[in-house]
Design a protein around this ligand. Structure first.
Ligand code: ADP
Length: 419
């Protein structure tokens, strides 16, 4: 199976989100964690997940170029640079500098930047990014601790961090479809622009933009704009119909959920699970010791594991309890303590025969994947928007990595009615 689309994502759950979009579009997809030493896995799309969103610019550029080289060496026909749908970046980067470096490495002079994701309320109108009904800089993102977004005008934002001029393909052009978008991009190139912010308010717009960028060496954006790309490969005769794009090996072993996310959605999911399955809630404040928390959890689980329904082990806590532990240990140490406990519990569960595991929490997922020694994830069927089942290599385990606020209230139960 020749590699068609090579993707580089600036964070872990963003990579999964993109992979999930491509699989829904009929491409097989594998997410690789970091730039691999050896050959890439076989799939229509390979997504290399980096952790470069807030890394120093030089690091982010170097890692992204290494990923680019691995993907082009494997024969990728087009590259996709995935960042957050809220364009998380600073005036220093990393969206602009990484994009410029990728363009140069690919010998190309122009790319779009389109973080729109209408399904999740991210729309772009006349270059301005909206989150739901609010401009980006009034959406709460202006207070982000690492990448405060204080300007909703993406043409201005990208101009401050990219080389070469930034233009706009406006709404009324996008409305007219792929040919009009392509003409507008040609005019921008002739006017010496290297980048185009492209307006998009609906999925139809994203499909038209996807069609228009078929000949581009590099496409950049959120996972939304990737929606239109699989069709290009089908149109070119490179991608056969794949009704089984999301097929994974059969699920085996016991079922479990571990949670380190304290997001509202996760707390609700734990609450609902309490009425249906065994739930252990760990108290990191009472036992601020990762090994002791893990030992307690693994003793509790004894005799409770089943294949037909999960056990749920949660270190999650209310904001007051989180604040109390942070006051005691410091923010980073508190987070690291809980992540380490949850990762040890996950490894213990796998040793005890768990074969299907849901992990709640973005950072928590990173810690678990690292502890389990997972190097890649084949993307399977979607459980809830943005959260697919995956099959982990080399552990042979089914994993669903849920970023905190994702998933319906019954997610922990629903996940195990799949497959
Ligand atoms: P989300 O996706 O909801 O943001 P993350 O896993 O990314 O979840 O982040 C949650 C962070 O909170 C992790 O670093 C986790 O270790 C930490 N955490 C979890 N439970 C507690 C707790 N009881 N006290 C302090 N920190 C906690």
């Amino acid at each position: 199976m020749p590699l068609l689309l090579g993707c580089i994502a600036d964070d872990f759950t963003g990579a999964t989100d993109l992979a999930n979009t491509l699989v829904k579009g009929g491409m097989s997809a594998v997410q690789v964690i970091g730039v691999p030493d050896g050959p890439l896995p076989e799939a229509d799309a390979v997504i290399i997940a980096l952790k470069t969103r807030t890394a120093p610019v030089a690091d982010a550029v170097a890692q992204s170029l290494a990923a680019c080289d691995a993907l082009t060496k494997a024969g990728a026909k087009q590259l996709f640079w995935k960042y957050c749908s809220t364009f998380d970046s600073t005036d220093q980067g990393n969206i602009g500098p990484v994009g410029d470096a990728l363009l140069k490495r690919l010998g190309s002079g122009f790319a779009i930047a389109c973080p729109a994701f209408p399904t999740n309320g991210r729309t772009i109108y006349l270059g301005h990014l909206f989150v739901g009904g609010a401009l980006l800089n009034e959406s709460g993102m202006e207070n982000h601790p690492l990448t405060p977004m204080t300007d909703a005008n993406l043409v201005r934002v990208l101009s401050r961090q990219a080389e070469g001029g930034v233009g706009l393909v406006p709404f009324n052009t996008v409305e007219q479809g792929a040919a009009a978008i392509r003409q507008a991009m040609t005019r921008l190139v002739e006017a010496g622009r290297r980048w185009a912010i492209v307006d998009a308010v609906t999925d139809e717009h994203l499909m038209a933009i996807g069609e228009a960028v078929a000949p581009h060496a590099l496409v950049t954006g959120g996972s939304g704009v990737a929606m239109g790309l699989p069709e290009n490969f089908r149109r070119a005769g490179l991608l056969p119909a794949r009704p089984d794009a999301d097929a994974l090996p059969p699920m085996q072993g016991f079922a479990a959920v571990v949670a380190g996310s304290c997001s509202r959605a996760t707390l609700g999911q734990i609450g609902l699970a309490r009425d249906h399955v065994p739930v252990l809630e760990l108290d990191a404040l009472a036992t601020p010791d990762a090994a002791a928390m893990a030992a307690q959890a693994l003793a509790w689980v004894d005799g409770k594991l089943e294949a037909s329904r999960p056990v749920v082990i949660a270190a999650s806590a209310t904001p007051e309890k989180v604040a109390a532990l942070q006051a005691k240990l410091g923010r980073d140490a508190a987070g690291a303590l809980v992540e380490s406990a949850v990762a040890t519990i996950a490894a213990g569960l796998v040793e005890r025969g768990v074969g299907r595991l849901v992990v709640a929490g973005g950072e928590t997922s990173g810690a678990v994947v690292q502890r389990l020694g997972v190097t890649s994830l084949r993307i399977g069927p979607e459980i809830d928007p943005g959260v697919p089942w995956t099959y982990a290599n080399p552990t042979g385990l089914h994993l669903a990595l849920k970023s905190g606020n994702f998933g319906a209230r019954d997610f922990f139960l629903k996940a195990f009615s799949h497959g």
